[in-house]
Ligand binder design. Sequence first.
Ligand SMILES: CC(C)(COP(=O)(O)OP(=O)(O)OC[C@H]1O[C@@H](n2cnc3c(N)ncnc32)[C@H](O)[C@@H]1OP(=O)(O)O)[C@@H](O)C(=O)NCCC(=O)NCCS
Length: 188
Amino acid sequence: MSGAAKLTTKDGRGIIIRDGKAADGVGIVNIYRTVGAEKIHITLEDYPFHEYTESRFIKALLKSGSYLAVAEHEKRIVGYCRLERHLAPKREHTAEIAMAILKDYRNIGIGTALTKAGIEWAKTTDLHKLHLSVFATNTAAIALYKKLAFVEEGRRKEQICIDGQYIDEILMGFYLRDKLTREQGNKE
Ligand SMILES: CC(C)(COP(=O)(O)OP(=O)(O)OC[C@H]1O[C@@H](n2cnc3c(N)ncnc32)[C@H](O)[C@@H]1OP(=O)(O)O)[C@@H](O)C(=O)NCCC(=O)NCCS
């Protein structure tokens, strides 16, 4: 997407879904810290960087062809979806997705809206593929990605350990041009 859109959530809250910017670093660090402290969905538990460092990182990301969408409620960042384009030539047709929503704002459609915003933006670029990894126990995230046509591409067995329990890491991909378009492209 480009710009901003209003989302009325399943429980009636008015959320702004918009392009992210460097100043959103403060809100995003808060999300990393609170979601990390839950210790079940993402790898990082104690986010090591300061808000200022995060803002500089976002600035550099946006400058190098990556994208950030944020969800804002009452002037507070409650969720984000980042598409980080790889910079190495052999991977620069791909971007990795990272996303998190504050606990009180989950399951009301924000993650879906943010991911759709990311896909919409990616379709305006020369990116070919989006990818991500998700813990096999994260059923909500997997349901969301499958709903939006991400496909499972691999599984790293027992790659994650939470409280002594080994969990598989699932690799998923989303192809920005459908199969038919790709086949036609290969013939040209
Ligand atoms: C994963 C996450 C980003 C999803 O965002 P969200 O705003 O809650 O997602 P949505 O509400 O748009 O959609 C969630 C979907 O999962 C479904 N879902 C929720 N819990 C589920 C479960 N336990 N099993 C199966 N499906 C489930 C919901 O019904 C919904 O699908 P629907 O729209 O078809 O009804 C959010 O849960 C989150 O931030 N989790 C913590 C961080 C994280 O896991 N990040 C992703 C790492 S890959």
